[in-house]
Design a protein. Sequence first.
Length: 370
Amino acid sequence: MLSKIKYLTLRLLRDRATIFWTFLFPVLLATFYYFAFNNMMNVEFNTIQVGVEESRRMEELKAIPSFNKEDENYILKYMPYDEIFSEIEEMEVQILTKEDGLKQVEAEEIYGYVDNDGHLFIKKNGVGPSVINSILESIKRSALLGEKYEFNPDLIRNYVEPEKNAFNFVLLHFTSLLGMFSIYSMFNADRFVTTMQANLSELGKRHFISPMKKGQYVFNLLAVSIFVNFVLSNVPLFLLMRYVYKLDFLTNTPMTLFLMFLGNIFGACWGIFLTSIGKFSVNTRSAIMITSSLLFAFFSGMMSFDLKAKLPRFMTYINPVDMISTNIIDINCYGEYGKLGSIVIIILTMSSVLLLTSLVFLRRKRYDSL
């Protein structure tokens, strides 16, 4: 088995088309994107300016004759709002007296002011004040339930200043690139499956009359297709982006590479499926694979961020490039892993269906004459 894998790998690396699509094209496109968007990558996120009154301490509350720690009103008044807001990185917190805080709200120097009774003061509605209010209400709910408050990044994700929106737009370009090139294992799989079909190649005729088990051979092809594209193409591309082009948002290397590996599994199964279903010529199959990869990337927001936002939500879960690129941003920028499990299940399920269908097509093929 190892000798077969070695032979298949060497055969693939001698193919000029493989060298271009697997090695040169990803580097060229990533380089073009880097120089095109380099100036936009230096923007900084704007934080949400909020003023908070220094919270009361228990000693102060106990001095109040009517203090009752079981009363929910006193529970909320005892909450250390200043400490909680200061622990949220996206918040720029100023500890102010109530008088100074209201003045800054009026002058629109801060989005809102929270006093130590848990009241929020704002001048006008907007995204910033809405986020502050959402966080404040979450703090109160946790306090009344007797739970420790934990900040949820989803409360602040919709806070989109123009600079932040532009930055996310650039991130989506590069993560979509990683997602698109992770499914380029389909080109390797296509070249291999051609050698199994007697009507497509001379080598296919020899394989067809040999005692070779097609199932075992397909899994060898799958392993080599994934190995060559992931190890010799995707990993160098990631290292180029992270350490040469200094895309510092790619902070979680293991999980980013894991998501790209999932893309390779889907890509290889997709390539095997496309090659097994018909009698297309090599050029036609290449055109279909290039078009499909571009469409996956297009609907993931690679060319139009606005289009991605307008698409129905279900399209996210049938587009492997979108699932991979979006989760690379979630994990690296927000530290969120909530969708990872479902993404793994969806991609592996789609890949399994494609692979099993391909095996059925390959096993059923018969030829009147060779």
